[in-house]
Design a binder for this molecule. Structure first.
Ligand code: DAK
Length: 178
């Protein structure tokens, strides 16, 4: 483990494990967490001893319950724009990693959490996983690339349904739609 406060990172037998570690906030992504993820992903990219990266969430309830709503609520439009661009850049770095990246989805994957899973190469979900893009209920759109990546994963129809309704689907339904 390294010097991080909001994530855990370890390597064993060539397998990197990045755990988002804010279980009290259901592993919501605040700026400090995304900054640490950026640092960690950069280190993974530069380390050819790491053959695969697994991304998961701490605890048994949540993968990532989205961007941190409490922190986002304080942002003005310019800060919101910068936050969107920053999050997108880190998710793109994950997508572009030379190693395969597995999302181990152990519960809620909402908003930025669903988007994070879509930036990974494979999504493996536990039976209690729940997926959704609830941003519409907050009066915002998905900001971390969800409209683009989710569409590519499940197709336009299901992506629009999730994004327009803000509804949550369970692991079985998520598996069914791909
Ligand atoms: N942010 C901050 N805290 C969160 C959180 C979140 N996304 N999700 C949960 N928490 C916190 C709760 O506030 C609570 O903290 P305390 O009140 O105890 O301090 C704790 O986690 C436990 O949550 P609950 O008590 O609510 O647990 P329940 O089991 O009752 O409910 C839930 C679980 C996942 C259904 C519920 O917590 C929930 O609805 N959470 C919010 C999910 C959500 O709306 N996620 C999407 C976030 S929006 C953009 C840039 C970025 C984005 C969008 C646009 N632009 C630049 C355009 C990103 C958007 C998002 O991701």
């Amino acid at each position: 483990n390294m010097e991080y406060q909001n994530i855990l990172f370890s390597v064993e037998d060539g397998i990197g494990l990045l755990t988002i570690n804010r279980p009290k906030a259901l592993n919501a992504l605040n700026a400090a967490t995304v900054t640490e993820m950026k640092d960690c992903v950069g280190k993974v990219a530069a380390n050819s001893d790491i053959k695969v990266l697994v991304i998961t969430g701490s605890g048994d309830k949540s993968f990532v319950a989205g961007a941190d709503i409490k922190e986002m609520a304080t942002k003005n439009p310019a800060e919101g724009r910068a936050w969107g661009i920053f999050g997108q850049s880190v998710f793109t770095e994950i997508e572009k990693l030379p190693q395969p990246v597995i999302a181990a989805i152990n519960g809620f994957a909402l908003g930025g959490g669903c988007e994070l899973s879509c930036a990974c190469d494979f999504r493996y979900a536990s039976e209690n996983a729940k997926f959704g893009q609830p941003e519409v209920g907050l009066g915002i759109t998905p900001g971390f690339g969800g409209t683009q990546r989710l569409t590519r994963v499940v197709g336009r129809g299901y992506a629009k349904e999730l994004i327009y309704t803000g509804g949550m689907i369970d692991a079985q339904e998520a598996h069914r739609i791909g």
